[in-house]
Ligand binder design. Structure first.
Ligand code: UD1
Length: 421
């Protein structure tokens, strides 16, 4: 097993390139199931979650090859439509194959994802929407069993804005008969990237980026060839890394328009920003001012950057209040930050962060993907040495984060540790 070892205290400085977005790559990979053909996805990051969904698709009969950052998927010979528990349990986003499999093959069997560390995370909205489109859905032995002759267009309002739920219905609607209108849909840039992909496949979609999506279904679609957008969560993590070390960093490829809520908060801490067409630069102040943050669906402050922002604010000169409204249990990293000397009090979904002058290195354990990034950031700023265990969480969603940080001047490395940690 590996852990990440960091000796804190180095100011980061220089330029770094952001990778393609995990959360855009996963639905676009699933979307290739909609149409038999040879598809190309460009700027696909090398991540464990991408490998997981690729393994899932290979199980259906999809042939996948990679050339540099491009993934080629041959979906002409699907022979299987079952997503097994062993893969789904390692990545909840596997549920994204449900809509496309059902729309193309008329049937799908997908293991029901369980709860996870950050909350119960039900998929009721996915199932309710597909049922409204005419699917027969049964839950048997821990699996979702769905069938339909041809899905039909429907007017559906989500009870709660869900990212992968919107993506599943968007993909299903692309092959449905007639027009589908989705209200209270998710507006995230990754949903917009999927909509752009489906448009390239020949489907007519309006309203992406708004809460009302209108999709005209097609009997057939074309092959997909599209660029994955840059990862706004990775970009945000790198900007925060610069800010927490008092450094100056340019994140190439970072799209300021996708990170409005974070950039506003970074400016409020006293950081100086420069946004260009090819990236965003940040210069940190000597001592950060506190700010309050409430996570919300896009374009609000992303829940996927909440943990990293907490690491930053634990070193601010004053009190910040962080409220997590998207997931019910996404403050688990506070316990580990406290072990590094942070002063944080949690009450329900709210964390009161009283800034301390410095953090102390410690051995800490990541509980989920973004929590692991938070602990790496804290380690960059902490005195002495920090060891972050359970690095596999980090590798699910960050492409060589340790190497990118090292190139910016961080003292960070991977170390082999005995099994069982
Ligand atoms: C996606 C992202 C994840 C991000 C999250 C919120 C991907 C692969 N993952 O996850 O990184 O943290 O959006 O921005 O894109 N909910 C229901 N019923 C449902 C579906 C969701 O109650 O059927 C609830 C969830 O429990 C949660 C909220 O809705 O409280 C938002 O979740 P959702 O947007 O669905 O998150 P994911 O799509 O799983």
């Amino acid at each position: 097993m590996e852990c990440i070892e960091i000796t804190g205290g180095r100011r980061l400085c220089g330029e770094v390139q952001v990778s393609g977005a995990k959360n855009a790559a996963l639905p676009l990979i699933a979307a290739t199931l909609l149409m038999p053909g040879r598809h190309a996805l460009r700027n696909v990051p090398r991540l464990r979650d991408v490998t997981t969904i690729a393994t899932l698709l290979e199980g259906f009969g999809v042939a996948i090859t990679r050339q540099d950052e491009t993934l080629f998927l041959d979906t002409r010979h699907l022979r299987h439509a079952e997503a097994p528990y062993d893969l789904v349990r390692t990545m909840r986003a596997s549920i994204l194959v449900l809509g496309p499999l059902l729309a193309r093959l008329g049937r799908a069997r997908v293991s029901l994802p369980g709860g996870c560390a950050i909350g119960a995370r039900p998929v009721d909205q996915h199932l309710k929407g597909l049922a409204a489109m005419g699917a027969e859905i049964a839950l048997r032995h821990g699996y979702i069993e769905a069938s339909a002759s041809r899905l039909r267009g429907v007017h559906f309002t989500f009870d709660i804005a869900t990212v992968t739920g919107t993506e599943n219905l968007l993909m299903a609607a692309a092959l449905a008969e007639g027009t589908t209108v989705l209200e209270n849909a998710a507006r995230e840039p990754e949903v917009q990237n999927l909509a752009a992909g489906l448009r390239r496949m020949g489907c007519a979609i309006e309203g992406d980026g708004t809460p009302r999506l209108c999709i005209e279904g097609r009997r057939e679609l074309r092959e997909l060839d599209i660029d994955i957008i840059p990862d706004r969560v990775e970009a945000g993590t790198l900007l925060i890394a610069a800010a927490i070390t008092g450094g100056t960093v340019t994140v190439r490829g970072c799209r300021a328009e996708h990170l409005g809520a974070l950039l506003e908060k970074l400016e409020a801490t006293g950081a100086r920003l420069a946004c260009g067409h090819d990236g965003v630069s940040v210069t940190a102040p000597e001592r950060l001012r506190p700010v309050d943050i409430t996570t919300l669906p896009y374009p609000g402050f992303p829940t996927d950057l909440q943990a990293q922002a907490m690491a930053l604010l634990s070193l601010a000169a004053g009190d910040s209040v962080i409220t997590e409204t998207v997931f019910e249990n996404r403050l688990l990293h506070t316990a580990e930050l406290r072990r590094m000397g942070a002063n944080i009090r949690v009450d329900g979904r709210t964390a009161c962060v009283r800034g301390v002058p410095r953090l102390e290195g410690a051995t800490v354990m990541a509980t989920d993907l973004r929590a692991s990034a938070c602990l790496v950031l804290a380690g960059l700023a902490a005195a002495n040495s920090t060891r972050v265990l359970r690095v596999y969480h980090l590798d699910r969603g960050y492409e060589r984060l340790d190497e990118k940080l090292a190139k910016l001047g961080a003292d960070i490395r991977r170390v082999r540790i005995p099994q069982g940690y």
